[in-house]
Design a protein around this ligand. Sequence first.
Ligand SMILES: Cc1ncc(COP(=O)(O)O)c(C=O)c1O
Length: 313
Amino acid sequence: MTEFLGTEDTILFPSCMDANAGVFEAILTKDDVIISDRLVHASLVDGIRLCSAMHDTYKHSDMDHLEQKLQMFQDKGLRLVVTDGVFSMDGDAAKLDKMVELCEKYNAMLLVDDSHATGFIGKTGRGTHEKYGVMGKIDIITTTFGKALGGATGGCVSGRKEIVEMCRQRARPYLFSNTIAPVIIAGVLKVLEILSATTERRDKLEKNTEYWRKGLTEAGFILKEGDTPIVPIMLYNAKLAQDFSKALYDEGFYAIGFFFPVVPQGQARIRTQISAAHEIHHLDRALEAFTKVGKKFDILHKTKQEIIGKYGM
Ligand SMILES: Cc1ncc(COP(=O)(O)O)c(C=O)c1O
């Protein structure tokens, strides 16, 4: 993992949830502050709760707001900025180039959970730090082996060697729980070998994603902006999201609705995820089904206000 991510060292955990549960308490004290994006993954929220450092947030991807918070906390011992690399519900990427710049300017550390990026984001699939040209500049990367790396479970903290060493001595899920199963490691090592030998799969995924986003947009759906394989279709109303999902299922497609409390109130959606295993004819068939269901609920080529006007928030 260290070589793949371009970091100094790595420590393994049974899951990324465990990595996130262990890392904050291992490296921070009550004299420090964590400043996190408001949309970070639940496992980061829980890890932050488990440590004694002060916690504050900045508006999603709002770099001016992050800068204000960094200025505000210059009196703290350590400042740790926390973000997802690719946000799990919205599919947009954190502005890591700008974040690295701000962290350098205000003497802060940066932690990126790259679970939704490791293996396929960036030209050779190393992650969001590769996409933004800041490999080697992220203090801490946490990630899962359970998504693109195919392990179904497993995770790690990778980054500066002193930080990894502190996790080895102090991260409770590492010290007080069984480690990751050897069979998972064997699988992940093989996947890393395959991903390092060729970018064929991530290139195909990128093309599929472009095709899917373009097809849905032309069909008249409202998407969350972004260029990652997480493609959310905005429906705003929770019941509509569930009914839409059920109608898609009847058409042969399993795409679940997300609604409060998984996403903020009034932001219900269908989250679609594209895979390198999809072929164009799969995507065409899916576009047909999504369009049919979109027509049935009369939400195509409508504005957000029109959809909310018809279905409520
Ligand atoms: C951003 C992010 N971090 C952490 C996790 C947890 O990963 P794991 O399943 O390895 O515990 C997930 C899983 O959904 C995730 O999306």
